[in-house]
Design a protein around this ligand. Structure first.
Ligand code: DGP
Length: 112
């Protein structure tokens, strides 16, 4: 399968890692939309949030369990935004589940 985030997860494509364990990887976004912009991905290929189910949701829980540690390591524990884009209409350009952790500037609501 030709997936850029699988290639990042297995080290074929280099990334600026901020956290890694057996299940997940966090790395700096190549096109940051905020002073801090990190992507957190499961190493297993899940296409999008619509494919999360009872067989694979543990890794999503694991991501959220690690978000406080990742945020603290980035010095943004005072506040951040977590974003998931699901599908083309939401702007998902990479079809491998990922969560954007963004911080370091104010964010408006509703998001555009
Ligand atoms: P989304 O639009 O939600 O699918 O977000 C995909 C993000 O992935 C986008 O912010 C840019 C980032 N990205 C795409 N290719 C690469 C890459 O090769 N390396 C890194 N670090 N980020 C990438």
């Amino acid at each position: 399968m030709d997936c850029i985030f699988c290639a990042i997860a297995n080290g074929e494509i280099p990334s600026k890692k901020v956290y890694e364990d057996d299940e997940i990887l966090a790395f700096h976004d190549i096109d940051p939309q905020a002073p801090v912009h990190v992507l957190i991905i499961p190493k297993q290929h899940i296409k999008w949030a619509y494919d999360v189910n009872e067989t694979n949701s543990a890794v999503v829980a694991h991501i959220f369990e690690k978000i406080p540690e990742i945020a603290k390591s980035l010095g943004v524990e005072d506040g951040f935004r977590i974003v998931n884009n699901c599908g083309d209409i939401a702007g998902q350009s990479v079809k491998h589940l990922h969560f954007h952790l963004m911080a370091g500037r104010p964010f408006g609501w509703p998001a555009g």
